[in-house]
Write a protein that binds this ligand. Sequence first.
Ligand code: ADP
Length: 272
Amino acid sequence: NLVPIFEDNEHNGEFGGVLLVLQDVTAIRRLERMRSEFVANVSHELKTPVTAVKGFAETLLGGAVDDPELARSFLQIIYDESDRLNRLIGDILELSKIESRRVPLQFSPIELSPFVYKTIELMSAEAVRKQIRVTARVEPGLYVEADEDRLRQIVMNLLANGIAYTSEGGSVSITVEPVHDPNLSFDDEGQENYEHIRIHISDTGMGIPKKDLPRIFERFYRVDKARSRSSGGTGLGLSIVKHLVELHKGTITVESRVGIGSTFTIELPVLQ
Ligand code: ADP
């Protein structure tokens, strides 16, 4: 803010004042640009399934309905695209709620070993369908303070991606380990102390090219659009995961090699 005071000659030499407020609008402009880009992306993403639904419904109405085999396949497409639309809308609403911090988190201590096994169980149908082996290695007795449903959403999303981007016969693994602080080695009862825990979710899948790595947490960013679409992706999963991890005051990183696989690592503080 700049406040130059000058002598006002037009008003009998009295002192007048001008308040000049200089505001850096770069951040506001950037936010506005991001918002309008988001609206454009959302419209585009919604348009694709809507166009398909409309087009196939029109073809059915135009006569294809009389050919039972054709009609069935078109109805299946209409069903799949509506399903996609539904997931897309769900994810957009979810992301907007999380971004505007309208999700109250309910923190409680969670023992990670049973938590991880239960989460893997929830993904087992998908893993079996793709013949992907899912394994876990979790030190017993590790706890973290988190919102259980949200932590489950984070881990399930990363497992689902691991399964989706790995070909049949591959594997996905979860490892949970404490990160020890050398200054805080033992508590009063002689138990080893840890301040953070790390959850690694690795797969033997297709991997992510180096140039795409910095962008995969962006909304709607996909390395391969067709592949994401065919695996039922909305392009919003990792953005949601990143936000949820940050709401837990944690971090998420990724390492990947094309043709070898990817590892996503979440680091969470033990206590909030
Ligand atoms: P999507 O719904 O497309 O899976 P995400 O936000 O979950 O969206 O992921 C963004 C993109 O990151 C994906 O489209 C995919 O290209 C890439 N990706 C995410 N996880 C993996 C993984 N485990 N292996 C390879 N690529 C991945």
